[in-house]
Design a protein around this ligand. Structure first.
Ligand SMILES: [Zn+2]
Length: 475
């Protein structure tokens, strides 16, 4: 018998507070048994798109595949991948939602989108039932992170087109926690958030990692020690920081709570389906909600566990704008080694540590900004913010790392030693000798959203930006 699709969930269901899992029969299932469930959902999802979306039908007919192709889960890899550029082109030709909208436009309950700072924005149309399922998925994942109905969750991120904050809010509400949707981005709002947090004593925090650190600096300027807020859990998306070991450690030492890494892509909402559990062993792939393959970017075939590739995502319960094999462009390694939580999902043990188009090559070495962040944050005397400038001088690449020193590093020999330590450790990690320039604390820009830390001056003569509004831009 084919299970009912799209699934309907019992809106009243809650596990006992001491339970580790929301849906142990799925989260802890033997992978082969769970894959049978996933295959059933996938077939229904693909059939749904085949019948309703000219976009998918065109692409699949050209590739010689159809819903009948899906005899096993592995048959999914015969389907072509789609890229964000394909979605933008479909929306340009069929505005506003593109010809991959699989519900009537009148059934769209929420409109969101990307900011589109470097190109055409992408419009997301989310159906009402989808929005409920997104809440259910996020509640289940937040439960895994240790959030419980007794928590008060400070959502310190933009409430705008950006989906992340809304998804966190919806998940908190479904889970029965107290939501504190404070937002971010208005002048003076960080200081206000600090004052409200002091008075309201939230136990959980959502935002970006760089914003959490900015929030902590603002608190300290107000004479409030960030640990005094009493945050037990801080969960993040939008940036790789919460998965970068030194940044994770810094956030946990600063706030005294658990730092949990989450996030995939706004197109993939529920976007928390890459998410760490409270044990923080790297993000689990919650495969029965969104099915993820970590693929070789040359062939789009899954790589073996242990190898590196780019996540390719497939919705399993999305009626409005299903994404079937959407390329993320992020870079991750995946593993099926067990986690103490008992979930049998594969994991990304080092998170999403780079982007295919974020990586820059300096003198033949692949460099990810997250590696530079990891090195600097582990050094005593680093002041908290940095920027990277790559340029070309007399046909040679030059890597300049401009880093703040901490306020208590004295002028003179101490600073020379600090710069030398940074240079040595960066060279050891990156395989490239950088120029390190120390600047005073607080001189580099802070962000309330995604940090933009890399400027590649060699780009000046190149066409295009490549990265969908998220490309590191020239200041
Ligand atoms: Zn786990």
């Amino acid at each position: 018998m084919t299970p009912a699709w799209p699934p309907r969930y019992d809106a009243a269901w809650l596990p006992a507070p001491e339970a580790e899992h929301w849906a142990p029969e799925l989260e802890c299932a033997k992978p082969a048994e769970r894959e049978a469930v996933i295959l059933g959902k996938l077939r229904a999802q693909v059939q749904w798109a085949w019948e309703r979306s000219p976009f998918y039908r065109r692409a699949w007919e050209a590739a010689g595949v159809s819903p009948a192709t899906l005899r096993t889960l592995a048959d999914l890899r015969r389907f072509p991948v789609i890229q964000k550029a394909d979605l933008r082109a479909a929306q340009a030709a069929h505005p506003p939602f593109g010809d991959y909208l699989c519900i009537a436009p009148g059934e769209v309950a929420r409109i969101h989108g990307t900011s589109g700072t470097t190109g055409r924005p992408t419009v997301f149309g989310v159906g009402r039932d989808d929005w409920e399922r997104i809440g259910e998925a996020h509640a289940r994942i937040l439960w895994g992170a240790g959030i419980r109905p007794g928590d008060t969750v400070l959502v310190a991120s933009f409430f705008s087109l950006y989906l992340g904050s809304w998804g966190a809010l919806k998940g908190c509400e479904r889970l029965g926690a107290t939501a504190f949707p404070f937002g971010a981005g208005l002048p003076g709002q960080t200081l206000m958030a600090v004052q409200w947090a002091r008075d309201l004593a939230p136990t959980a925090f959502y935002g970006t990692p760089s914003y959490a650190l900015h929030f902590a600096e603002t608190a300290r300027r107000e004479g409030i020690e960030p640990r005094a807020f009493g945050l037990r859990t801080l969960f993040f998306s939008g940036e790789p920081g919460a998965g970068i070991p030194a940044t994770k450690r810094l956030i946990e030492e600063t706030f005294g709570g658990r730092c949990i890494d989450m996030g995939s892509m706004a197109e993939m909402t529920p976007w928390m389906t890459n998410a760490e559990c409270r044990h923080r062993t790297g993000m689990h792939l919650w495969q029965d909600l969104v099915y993820t393959e970590v693929c070789d970017p040359a062939t789009w075939q899954p790589v073996p566990y242990g190898d590196e590739g780019t996540p390719v995502y497939t919705h399993l319960e999305r009626t409005s704008q299903p994404m079937i094999r959407l390329v993320s462009g992020d870079v991750a390694r995946w593993t099926d080694e067990p986690c103490p939580c008992g979930r049998t999902y594969p994991r990304l043990p080092h998170g999403l540590y780079g982007r295919l188009d974020d990586m820059f090559i300096v003198r033949g070495e692949n460099v990810y900004p997250s590696a530079i962040e990891d090195v600097l944050r582990a050094i005593d005397g680093f002041g908290g913010e940095f920027s990277v400038i790559v340029s070309r001088r007399e046909a040679m690449d030059e890597l300049l790392v401009r880093a703040e020193h901490a306020g208590d590093v004295a002028d003179g020999p101490a600073r020379v030693r600090l710069a030398q330590t940074m240079k040595d450790r960066l060279r050891a990690r990156l395989g490239v000798t950088p120029i390190v320039e120390l600047v005073s604390p607080g001189t580099l820009p802070r962000t309330e959203f995604k940090a933009r830390r890399v400027v590649d001056d060699r780009d000046l003569y190149r066409q295009g930006t490549g990265r969908d509004g998220e490309r590191h831009v020239r200041p």
